[in-house]
Design a protein around this ligand. Structure first.
Ligand SMILES: [Zn+2]
Length: 677
């Protein structure tokens, strides 16, 4: 029997990792897709009048097995992969997109969904049921299910062109990144660079059979170069090379592609009945409308700008000592780093002994216990996919079973970079039974050695708390429907539980609990903590302006008032957008949009504002805890009941105001960043 086809829904039955072999995946996917198709067919072929139960709920419940197998496969493909799994992923990805296209384009199925949707006011649905119906209907209508045949064809055509163009955009930007290298043979030009950056540059040169040092526009090479290199002319050369990617009028130029993409997105939105692409995207976000995003951005801009200008002035003055008359873009990172060192001279390494991994985990567990009454017991009878993984059984104050938690913290060849939260099984209630979730945190922290435990940088400590916050969102989920459960919420809301949890890392009363020197047991000195806090908001005004400028550029491209795209100049459009947010002099040969991959290649269009938005939310929400006590159980309970357990069952703004008693505003963020006294 294929182990992937076996249930692991009953309490404590978890994914049978030891039994799963690579050869099990494809047959399991095939079988599960077949079952899912039969489930869909049964809905379509049902001759009874479509009802919430026989249509909405049946559609929600279809494909459960496929979902479970996909979770196992794709989670492992990120955390413990091999060549064969990557090959399988290539093969099955088209199967999965074909299957979901088949559902989205199934006109008979849509007719039934729509018929239930049209009678929604007579159905006496509760909030969650109404949300499920709404989301299900929109998943069809937003993909053109309501369009006439002609318009449907146009939509498919636009979608195909768009996916080709964003691919092309990415390939061009990558080609330009790869086309540039800075070759240095005289080490005296490389003063200021740290040892690690020099070594890496030497290695890059050796790989290309060159003498000396080679620098590229890839971040690991580019960022240290701009941050530390003393030679201003070389920094300038590098910065300009970086800034003119796909803006050089050659075969990799992206200007025409940018204009085509925004025009097609605009047409697509119009076809579906939306005035702009931004309006189309934001309909399903917490912000809901472009007006909300613009008001939010402009308000924050007005409040942060005076501080940003002051910071820019003091950075300029600081650089004047070096004979710099006008601070340029290629001076920013360099003098920021120098000034930071002068103001908060502390060594990241000196902090690490206070952050032994086991203690930090214990710290996160303790905070979850104090706020939400959760207990984490390490268990050894649950299967793991790698020996480094730790498994926990999570219970609440009544000792009721809440979740399984996997913690997988060390790098290894089969794991991708970064840190993330995922689940092997999500939460839902079916036939009166609350089926609890299996949640996983995956990170890449330094592994312990025979003589030294795993010691984290402060940045890694906040990363652990961040991912654990996502984890709690999954673990405390308490909804009826799977697709609305846990972290299944809109993009601009999903970072609230993770980012708010980071705030506890900066609190003295929290650090006292776990930040103990691994050899002496001494608690972290509070003046170090203060430095960490101050350094965290260093040049925050300038950072805020920079983030806002990207968000506003994104919004402008996707809510154009100028409809004649052919007449636009990308550079002029961009310069106009930036007029309110730029501190540095403009560089004529540079353009941001032509390599703005987030919005033209990836899926962040009309969504870049979410970064700042999430910060506003987490600061505003944490302020409530600060007022009422950071371990206040009542507020913890309230956060659990209104946010963490609710998933996407209600509009995020409604959930938030139920928690906070008011809508969020940026004051707490500005205060935290020291921008508002
Ligand atoms: Zn996150």
């Amino acid at each position: 029997m294929n182990p992937l086809l076996q249930e692991f829904n009953t309490p404590y039955t978890t994914a049978p990792f030891s039994k799963i072999k690579n050869e099990h995946y494809k047959p399991a996917f095939e079988a599960a897709i077949k079952i899912a198709k039969e489930e869909i067919n049964a809905i379509v072929e049902n001759t009874e009048v479509p009802t919430f139960d026989n249509t909405t709920v049946s559609l929600e419940n279809s494909g459960e097995l496929l979902g479970r197998i996909s979770s196992v496969f794709f989670n492992l493909n990120s955390a413990e992969t091999n060549d064969e799994m990557q090959k399988i992923a290539q093969e099955i990805s088209p199967w999965l997109s074909e299957f979901s296209n088949d559902i989205r384009l199934n006109q008979e199925l849509f007719k039934k969904v729509k018929s239930v949707y049209n009678s929604k006011t007579t159905l006496n649905l509760n909030t969650e049921e109404a949300m499920l119906l709404e989301k299900q209907y929109k998943s069809f209508s937003r993909n053109g299910a309501n369009l006439e045949k002609n318009d449907k064809d146009t939509l498919r055509e636009i979608d195909m062109m768009l996916s080709k163009l964003s691919l092309q955009f990415g390939e061009n930007a990558l080609a330009e990144t790869n086309a540039y290298e800075l070759h240095i043979t005289d080490i005296s030009q490389l003063k200021g660079l740290p040892e690690g950056a020099l070594e890496a540059a030497k290695q890059t040169a050796t790989q290309k059979e060159k003498e000396g040092w080679l620098f590229t526009l890839d971040y690991p090479s580019y960022v240290p170069f701009m941050t530390y290199l003393n030679d201003r002319n070389l920094r300038k050369e590098m910065a300009i090379a970086f800034g003119k990617k796909s803006f050089q009028g050659n075969e990799h130029d992206n200007q025409a592609i940018v204009l085509e993409i925004v025009e097609l997105r605009h047409q697509r939105a119009n076809l579906l009945g939306y005035a702009t692409h931004a309006r189309f995207v934001l309909e399903e976000r917490m912000a809901e409308t472009p007006e909300t995003v613009l008001n939010f951005s402009n308000e924050l801009l007005q409040k942060a700008k005076p501080a940003a200008k002051k910071e820019f002035e003091s950075l300029s003055n600081f650089a004047k000592k070096d004979g710099i008359d006008t601070l340029q873009k290629w001076d920013g990172a360099y003098y920021s780093e120098k000034l930071k060192k002068e103001l908060f001279d502390f060594d990241e390494e000196a902090l690490k002994p206070y952050f032994k991994l086991e203690n930090v985990i214990e710290g996160a567990f303790t905070v979850a216990n104090k706020l939400f009454g959760l207990s984490f017991e390490e268990v050894f009878d649950i299967e793991k996919y790698h020996e480094d993984v730790k498994t926990y059984k999570v219970t609440d104050e009544e000792e009721a079973y809440i979740a399984i938690f996997y913690a997988d913290f060390f790098p290894r060849p089969g794991k991708r970079n970064g840190a993330w939260m995922t689940s092997y099984k999500s939460q839902y209630i079916k036939n009166g039974e609350n089926s609890r979730p299996h949640i996983s945190n995956v990170c890449n922290f330094t592994k312990p050695t025979a003589t030294k435990p795993s010691l984290l940088t402060f940045n890694e400590v906040t990363t652990l708390f961040h991912e654990f916050g996502h984890g709690l969102h999954g673990m405390l989920a308490n909804t009826t429907y799977n697709s609305l459960s846990g972290t299944s919420v809109s993009w601009d809301f999903v970072e609230l539980p993770s980012q708010i949890f980071e705030n506890w890392c900066y609190e003295e009363d929290v650090l006292k609990l776990f930040a103990k020197h691994y050899e002496t047991g001494e608690i972290i000195p509070m003046e170090l903590v203060k430095k960490i806090k101050d350094a965290a908001s260093f040049l925050e005004g300038m950072q805020t302006l920079r983030q806002l400028s990207f968000g506003l550029l994104d919004m402008s491209w996707h809510s154009p008032s100028e409809i004649d795209f052919k007449k636009l100049s990308v550079k002029e459009f961009e310069t106009a957008c930036f007029s309110d947010t730029q501190l540095y002099p403009d560089v004529a040969e540079n353009c941001m949009s032509t390599s703005f991959s987030h919005i033209f290649q990836g899926g962040y269009s009309a969504g870049y504002y979410s970064y700042k938005w999430a910060e506003v939310l987490d600061a505003d929400a944490f302020e409530y805890f600060k007022q009422e006590g950071i371990f206040n159980k009542e507020i913890g309970e309230k956060f659990k009941n209104t946010v963490l357990s609710q998933g996407g069952t209600q509009k995020p703004m409604d959930l938030y105001t139920q928690f906070r008693g008011k809508k969020p505003n940026s004051d707490a963020l500005l205060k935290r960043a020291g921008l508002l006294k």
